[in-house]
Design a protein around this ligand. Structure first.
Ligand code: F0G
Length: 364
């Protein structure tokens, strides 16, 4: 559904957060949102990396600043609002970690029982800690995210008291599309490229939907090229794009970026459509490139993102984008959640006294 919006109806409300854009969300007026203050995240120019990357208009949309530390909060807020209005008894999702953390928090806020199913191994400890903290029941399956999703599909088929909250739930994408409105408003123009990590392929589809709605409403006249980035070891979408052949799932996805360790993305069709309609592309990056980009974002820009969220920056050198292009990378998740899992092995230096610190700092 492409809704007809006017610039006034869409941008007139001040304040921050996705619910400012309620006119573009599929609810009757006056709905009470289940909200923790999601959306309204900063768009930060990456000025220090620009000379190395030879890109003058490079930005990060820092969605790690959402209430539970990832972009998932945008869609989960909307989908839990819907679930609550339907009187859902239990919220259910499969997750590589961030959706689980987000759903647990919004489930708590809504007062609805929350169940998350994750791969037994490999989920970042901070994300699991969040899910427990917000009071969710956490189940682990042997295998990867795709196995967890199969279990969840099976469960909703057998027991209709569970309400499915993965990104095939269209309300998730409605919330996530708002990032497009914010990017346009913060940048003041339509970016030339939006670059983002792709796992289950919901976010790329959602952000493209947001730009399409702006365009269909006559608010903007151009749209960005959508660039999906996958890790080399978990790249079924990039492979389908490169071969121009039909999509095939990957059995054993492998990457250090656990959030996007997915071999059978549920929204692959929508994502390929977004890439093709926008004139974009899907590319891969190695784990080494991801970790280097993650470190550069920290040491050069003061940003702490998780591994998956560094994939767009890792991809930039191979995209061959024009120097003057306006490029927005989506920093999808906060690095605090997996710092212990991937942090550089750095030792604390011993400080015997004040002068030993001074001597050591100025020597190097
Ligand atoms: N970045 C991060 C930090 C993520 O957690 C995810 C997905 C993605 C990117 C990819 O987004 O799935 O919409 O293509 N994480 C999901 C989860 C799968 O369960 O938290 P996508």
């Amino acid at each position: 559904m492409v809704r007809k919006l006017t610039r006034l109806a869409l941008f007139k409300k001040k304040g921050l957060g996705i619910w400012r854009f309620a006119a573009a969300l599929p609810f009757p007026p006056g709905v009470a949102p289940v909200s923790l203050g999601e959306g309204g995240t900063p768009l930060i120019q990456l000025k220090n990396m620009k000379s190395k990357l030879r890109l003058d208009g490079l930005y990060a949309k820092n969605d790690g600043q959402n209430p539970t530390g990832s972009f998932k909060d945008r869609g989960i807020s909307v989908a839990v609002t819907r679930a609550k209005s339907l009187g859902a008894r239990a919220l259910l999702c499969a997750s590589t970690g961030n959706t689980a953390a987000s759903l647990a928090a919004y489930g708590a806020k809504a007062g609805i029982r929350t169940v998350v199913v994750v791969p037994k191994d490999g989920v970042a400890s901070g994300k699991l800690g969040q899910a427990f903290h917000y009071g969710a029941r956490v189940f682990g399956v042997a295998g990867n995210f795709d196995d967890a999703l199969r279990v969840v599909f099976d469960l909703v088929k057998k027991d209709d008291r569970f309400y499915l909250m993965n990104s095939i739930n269209p309300f998730r994408l409605e919330g996530q599309k708002v990032a497009a409105f914010e990017i346009y408003e913060q940048l003041g123009v339509v970016p030339d490229y939006v670059v983002l990590p792709v796992g289950n392929a919901g976010n790329i589809s959602a952000i493209w939907k947001g730009f399409k709605e702006l365009r269909a409403s006559g608010i903007i006249r151009t749209s960005p090229k959508m660039v999906g980035v996958q890790a080399e070891g978990a790249a079924p979408l990039a492979a389908a794009f490169a071969s121009r052949r039909s999509f095939e799932a990957w059995e054993q996805p492998r990457t250090v970026a656990s959030a996007i360790r997915i071999g059978n993305p549920v929204s692959w069709k929508k994502a390929l459509r977004a890439i093709e309609e926008s004139g974009g592309m899907a590319v891969t990056v190695s784990d080494k490139e991801i970790m280097e980009a993650r470190e550069d974002l920290g040491a050069e820009e003061g940003l702490l993102v998780e591994a998956a969220s560094a994939a767009p920056v890792a991809a930039l050198p191979k995209l061959g984008l024009p120097r003057r292009a306006k490029i927005v990378c989506i920093a999808t998740g906060n690095g605090l959640k997996d710092l212990a899992d991937h942090g550089p092995e750095q030792a604390i230096e011993s400080a015997e006294n004040a002068s030993s610190i001074g001597t050591s700092v100025w020597r190097s």
